[in-house]
Ligand binder design. Structure first.
Ligand SMILES: *Cc1c(COP(=O)(O)O)cnc(C)c1O
Length: 344
């Protein structure tokens, strides 16, 4: 009796193909919760798409991809001397290196390793400052350099920043002409490709690939119980009283699934409370709006979500679902763990 992600398979697969075809050299990203699908499913799907490389966030995620995907696995978290070494899959693993001293250590320990050198952008997460790139070149001779990686922020003049790196790359003697870029939009990507014909630009894309056709993804929660309740009746762990006559629904989906972990969307100012009160909203009584839709409307949590289930309140005279039915639930895919993913 799960929290399920139902996917309209045909349009979803068509969307994936379109994104891959319109982004030559794309490196699909499969990390974290696998964008709601799970990393293993994305790995198989990437194999089906026929791409040559998949990017994971961390070394610990690579074992989920390697047996299901025939190509290379790019680990985006920079290699450090204490990183686990993928001995069996060393040939198919591409490491990200973001510090000169790590390049040296890796070259000493595992000469011939496949690496991308990450450039430090204004994102300011990982990477080598641009002025250190030239000095790092000699160290990289003992390694197989597969590209330079740029992780750009979502704001600012990213194209100009990417171009500064392209200029640098073409001026130093690094044995690669490939640039992996993250978070350029399609227009910026096209501009970069056309302005730097001597370079191969490879976009690393997760969200816009897996979740880009949001309309074909249907997260649903199974109805576990439907209890008729009376105004004032006490329910739940906290024994709060029910505000009106109606129904208490027990729905699959709790904190362990990532339900209710976001800041409530409803306003919290005094003024918005006043408005909610004027509208008769339950927010003014301290109730929070749930992500579950029943009879066409989002319903209020009767109490904070529990570990695997949530209790929501539905007023009398609304159509209530039956036990076993599924109701829509609005989730953030990157923070939700579904019990099952069903792709038609
Ligand atoms: C997560 C990540 C991506 C993919 O980001 P999306 O917004 O999901 O496309 C690309 N590059 C890096 C370095 C990342 O960490």
């Amino acid at each position: 009796m799960p929290l399920t992600l139902r996917v309209d398979g045909e349009p979803w697969r068509a969307h994936l193909r379109t994104v891959v075809e319109s982004h030559p050299g794309i490196v699909p990203v499969a990390k974290g919760n696998g964008y709601g699908f799970g990393i293993a499913k994305l790995a198989r799907r990437a194999d089906w798409l026929g791409v040559d490389t998949v990017a994971v966030g961390m070394y610990e995620e690579a074992p989920q991809v390697l047996p299901r995907f025939a190509g290379d696995v790019l680990v985006m978290t920079p290699w450090r001397p204490e990183s686990p070494w993928p001995s069996e899959a060393a040939r198919r693993t591409i490491h990200t290196l973001g510090r000169s001293e790590d390049l040296q250590t890796l070259a000493d320990r595992h000469p011939g390793s496949r690496v991308v050198v990450e450039g430090l952008t204004t994102m300011t997460r990982h990477g080598l400052p641009r002025q250190e790139l030239a000095a790092a070149v000699s160290t990289t001779r003992a390694l197989r350099v597969e590209g330079v990686a740029l992780h750009l922020p979502m704001a600012g003049d990213r194209l100009a920043e990417a171009e500064e790196w392209c200029a640098k790359l073409t001026s130093v003697d690094l044995a690669t002409t490939t640039v992996f870029v993250s978070h350029l939009d399609d227009t910026e990507l096209r501009a970069l490709i056309s302005r730097w014909p001597s370079l191969t630009v490879r976009p690393r894309i997760g969200t816009d690939l897996w979740l880009g056709n949001r309309g074909v993804l249907h997260p649903v929660a199974t109805v576990l119980e439907v209890h008729q309740v009376r105004r004032g009746q006490r329910v739940g762990y906290r024994q709060r009283s029910v505000p009106r006559d109606g129904w208490l629904l027990v729905l699959c989906g709790g904190t362990a699934h990532g339900i209710g972990l976001e800041a409530p969307t409803a306003g919290v100012t005094v003024r918005s409370r006043g408005i909610a009160l004027a509208k008769g909203g339950l927010e003014s009584a301290g109730f929070a709006l749930s992500p579950f839709t029943v009879d066409g409307r989002r319903r209020w949590f009767a109490e904070p979500p529990q570990m695997q289930v949530s209790m929501v309140f539905v007023p009398a005279r609304r159509a209530v679902p039956a036990v076993g039915d599924e109701v829509p639930v609005d989730v953030r895919f990157t923070t939700t763990t579904f019990d099952t993913v069903h792709i038609s």
